[in-house]
Ligand binder design. Structure first.
Ligand code: GLP
Length: 241
């Protein structure tokens, strides 16, 4: 079930997402599902500001991230490991061992997938942060990914690599071709979801997610079957609703 909120500016969009997050992080030992991409950066800034001004502590909070590129080291400046440290973890009091980002390195990526699933085995995510790709992907679950998927390796589509080339000197050849990602079934297990989308290039995907058929052609459409999804949009992303 969707609660759709539309706000004029990115700052207001981030504030609405933060309101939902704040309810959850009040619980000392909450479990957060975190996302990368540009959409949640404003939310993370508000979490950092609140940590500093209100003293909200993350010492007993644990986090699991959605995805990571393969083929680049975790120390790469565009890895999602680096992204999470630069945009959130380094600025709050969360212990490093409480944070989990899938490992996209090594010879046996299938084993990395199994290890990541195992790390989440007894965990229920209290709130899952999501963005959405312009093709309707969530995490790195591209169109065609089965709804019952767990953590797996994904071939990235041309469109996703093109969208993300802006982080790689606008050079698609530098964008990794594969990623390790939580599956759609893993994401659907979260108690609550907050999805952030801004900009006109998300309008079709947002429409498909909310009003389209539930189909693997638009992976985000599976969220229609989730009981508690807050979708925070700007007017451009909401334009087709
Ligand atoms: C990447 C990430 C997704 C993210 C999407 C949209 O593909 N794997 O988790 O939602 O990009 O990113 P952005 O928020 O930068 O538009």
């Amino acid at each position: 079930m969707f609660n759709v909120i539309v706000r004029d500016t990115y700052d207001e969009v981030s504030s609405e997402a933060f309101k939902v997050m704040k309810e959850v992080v009040r619980k000392k030992n909450a479990v957060l599902g975190l996302a990368t991409g540009s959409s949640p950066i404003g939310l993370y800034k508000k979490m950092i500001a609140d940590h500093h001004s209100e003293g909200t502590s993350y010492k007993e909070i644990r986090t699991w991230n959605l995805d990571e590129y393969t083929g680049i080291p975790h120390t790469h400046d565009q890895s999602y490991y680096t992204f999470m440290h630069e945009n959130l973890f380094n600025h709050i009091d969360i212990p490093e061992e409480n944070t989990h980002v899938p490992c996209g390195e090594g010879d046996d990526l299938e084993q990395n997938c199994r290890d990541y699933e195992k790390s989440m085995e007894d965990v229920i995510v209290d709130i899952q942060v999501l963005g959405i790709g312009s093709d309707g992907h969530i995490a790195f679950n591209e169109p065609g990914t089965p709804f019952d998927s767990l953590t797996h390796i994904m071939d990235l589509t041309e469109q996703t690599r093109q969208d993300n080339a802006r982080f790689f000197d606008n050079d698609i050849d530098q964008v990794p071709t594969h990623a390790i990602t939580m599956g759609l079934a893993s994401i659907m297990r979260a108690r609550k979801i907050v999805l952030i989308a801004t900009g006109a290039n998300k309008a079709d995907a947002v429409y498909g997610m909310i009003h389209g058929p539930i189909t693997t052609d638009c992976p985000a459409s599976i969220l229609q079957a989730h009981p508690d999804v807050t979708v925070v949009l700007d007017p451009a992303a909401a334009a087709k609703l």
